[in-house]
Design a protein around this ligand. Structure first.
Ligand SMILES: [Zn+2]
Length: 266
């Protein structure tokens, strides 16, 4: 059974390669990077579908990854529901938030979230922007999100709340330009995630598996914290010194990633 599933996954990988070559999303334009990183694009497609499967993203929200060799570029799907993304839908962007070879494909309005965080945080290689319902109460109240358990230890580093009104006055709450993207990147600072008042959140990490894992467990953590608050007693959170030991694992979600990826390949 395992062998069959593995074969299926490999078949899927081959399909992605074929698609990337027959639909020259990344390789047609001379301005595009020379070598399309197929495995990375495959993981980005999987990341889109996993986050939809886990309820972190619905029809909205997005995930991106920095180009592995051109650090001033990143990959992000065209404007569409994450669950439907394929390799042919992935566009390459510069740090101005401009697509390199868009042709007739439209871009997410909020791509400046990604471009400006990649510009501000050289350590970051993957970003998720989500509107996950469990996070909205914490983005709207002065109750800080705190780490409830080891799977969300990164929360102990602090999750600031960014208010778009301070940067842009009265807006429709969307990060529509580079100026707002820059303000959000400043609000995030060196933290692993930031909540966006009246909107959602942004989550960052050094890899696709980790940003997907953090996004999923940020959601689980928020639900657990709301439940603990509802119980009404004293809550004992994971403390920073405990979390630091857990954060030493740079592949914190690798085992779960293998499982999630297989689920969306079925
Ligand atoms: Zn949004």
């Amino acid at each position: 059974m395992m062998t069959n599933r593995r074969t299926f996954l490999i078949a899927c990988s081959s399909g992605v390669v074929t698609l990337a070559l027959t639909v020259p999303v990344l390789s047609q334009s001379g301005a595009s990077s020379a070598a399309p990183p197929t495995a990375l694009i495959e993981d980005l497609v999987a990341g889109n579908r996993i986050l939809a499967m886990e309820g972190v993203l619905d029809g909205m929200g997005h995930i991106s990854v920095r180009h592995p060799s051109r650090t001033d570029r990143f990959f992000l799907a065209r404007s569409m529901a994450p669950e439907l993304v394929t390799a042919a839908d992935i566009l390459e962007y510069d740090l101005e938030g401009q697509p390199i070879d868009a042709r007739d494909r439209t871009s997410y309005l909020e791509r400046f979230i990604h471009s400006e965080i990649y510009r501000a945080r050289p350590d970051i290689r993957a970003i998720v922007h989500c509107h996950t319902p469990s996070l909205i109460p914490f983005a709207a109240s002065d109750v800080p999100l705190r780490a409830m358990y080891h799977m969300a230890a990164f929360v102990a580093e602090g999750v600031p709340v960014w208010d778009i009104r301070k940067a842009g006055g009265v807006t429709d709450l969307l990060v529509r330009d580079a100026k707002l993207g820059r303000a959000l990147a400043q609000g995030l600072g060196q933290k692993p995630a930031a909540l966006m008042r009246g909107h959602g959140a942004v989550v960052v990490a050094g890899s696709i598996p980790n940003v997907v894992g953090r996004s999923i467990y940020l959601d689980v953590n928020a639900r657990a914290q709301s439940q603990a608050i509802a119980l009404g007693g004293k809550i004992t959170y994971v403390e920073a010194d405990e979390a630091k030991l857990r954060m030493g694992d740079t592949n914190e979600y690798s085992r779960a990633w293998d499982l999630w990826k297989r689920k969306v390949a079925r």
